[in-house]
Design a protein around this ligand. Structure first.
Ligand SMILES: *Cc1c(COP(=O)(O)O)cnc(C)c1O
Length: 418
């Protein structure tokens, strides 16, 4: 099989890895295909989602927020109420179970904000697997409590001191470890990224979000929603919500990326918001590169998959920025790029300031403090809901809770009050 044609979403996706990893990917693909339709595996997974993760998570009608915005009815899918406080645990548990099934007792993972590291550490503690998490030194300093959580649950956190000492360097180290120890080790990847079969497998494990939401909204409203909204880092919480609705043509979908300090500043992670880089003077950004964006999205390969990648004008992977570490990644899941090409899903962005304002609004209106990532989706609800009729229905994925972000939120909101 031509590796370039495997796991493609239109022109995106694929398997761009060193030859040494091809057997491991093939083994993973075979194992995943086997458990996908294995009632015993699925029953064990569902049982743990129910009794350990706390699923199904509620679908909460946000009555005061709806009244405040004066338009569409707003429902929140409450991934913030899962054990460990974000949707990442769904995928971590699925892959850890699969690793165990494959006879691999050693897990490597990488983490930026620490949420995926915590999810992996938690799943490994539950299932008795050895867990090593690679984390950039800069991120370790920024996310101390999550480093402690991982260590408390028995995981070894390995500092990464190469490159920018953040997520993409940690991913490189995790892949290096996997190549070296591939016989005993599973690489537990945290979003709908990486080489096939990861984008498909992670989407499937996260689809429980959309499956539940579909049943729950039919029960609450007797009909399907008009709009689904989710933030997009790598894109796993959004794919998890969107996927079970893809065939429902009346349901619109919108992903919200990190607009950071604003697209024009170049300090953002909005892969879909910048025009593609063209050689020579760019009509969008002025003649001779003057006024050119500092980062632009181009089709590229990063960490094993082909998708939109934010790059500098000379083709280096860009340093991205977002107030929310979980959205701060230069590439985006290949299936999102494909859904966008087909106009099945739309993509927009919210800036740091809009996300912070959204944290305040949701906290005051509903008594729910969202993760900064999820607040990007709330920021879009604040813009959209008033433009929609009172009969329309929006489901927003509340991908995580804000506890991990309290320091940042208090510091940033404090600036306004002083
Ligand atoms: C990691 C994270 C995200 C972004 O990851 P996706 O793969 O895009 O879902 C969003 N929200 C929270 C709370 C996260 O921890």
């Amino acid at each position: 099989m031509n590796p370039l044609s495997k796991g493609k979403f239109g022109p995106y996706g694929g398997q761009f890895v060193p030859e040494t990893l091809m057997p491991a990917l093939a083994e993973l693909e075979t194992a995943y295909e086997a458990v996908k339709n294995d009632p015993k595996f699925q029953a064990e997974f569902q049982h743990l989602l129910k009794t350990y993760v706390g699923r199904p998570t509620p679908l909460t009608y946000a009555g005061r927020l709806t009244a405040h915005l004066g338009g569409a009815k707003i429902y929140l899918k409450r991934e913030d109420l899962t054990h460990t406080g974000a949707h990442k645990i769904n995928n971590a548990l699925g892959q850890a179970l699969l690793a165990k099934r494959m006879g691999k007792r050693r897990i490597v993972a990488e983490t930026g904000a620490g949420q995926h590291g915590v999810g992996s550490a938690t799943a490994c503690a539950l299932l008795g697997l050895e867990c090593i998490v690679y984390m950039g030194e800069v991120d370790m300093a920024r996310q101390q409590p999550n480093v402690f959580r991982m260590r408390l649950t028995g995981t070894e956190v390995r500092p990464v001191s190469s490159g920018s000492r953040t997520l993409k360097d940690a991913i490189n180290e995790a892949i290096r470890d996997w190549v070296t120890n591939v016989r005993t080790t599973h690489y537990l990847l945290g979003s709908v990224l990486g080489p096939h079969p990861y984008p498909t497998m992670v989407r499937d494990f996260q689809s429980v979000i959309g499956q539940e939401a579909r049943v729950q909204i039919l029960e609450a409203e007797g009909r399907l929603p008009d709009l689904l909204l989710a933030c997009v880092g790598g894109g796993s919480n959004a794919m998890g919500l969107f996927y079970p609705f893809l065939e429902d043509k009346s349901v619109d979908m919108l992903g919200v990326e990190a607009g950071g300090s604003g697209i024009e500043t170049g300090k953002h992670a909005a892969r879909f918001a910048t025009p593609p880089l063209t050689p020579g003077p760019s009509p969008q950004w002025g003649e001779g590169g003057e006024g050119r964006s500092l980062v632009e999205a181009r089709l590229g390969v990063l960490h094993g998959t082909k998708s939109f990648v934010l790059q500098t004008p000379d083709g280096q992977i860009a340093e991205t920025h977002s107030i929310s570490a979980g959205l701060d990644y230069p590439s985006v899941g290949p299936e999102h790029a494909w859904l966008r090409d087909q106009e099945r899903a739309g993509y927009t962005y919210a800036t740091d300031a809009e996300a912070l304002a959204a944290v305040k609004v949701l906290s005051e209106m509903e008594g729910i403090i969202p993760a900064l990532e999820s607040a990007h989706a709330i920021a879009e609800v604040i813009k959209r809901a008033p433009t929609m009729s009172k009969n329309s229905v929006i489901i927003v994925n509340l991908s995580g809770r804000g506890d991990k972000d309290l320091d940042t939120i208090m510091r940033e909101l404090g600036k306004d009050n002083s």
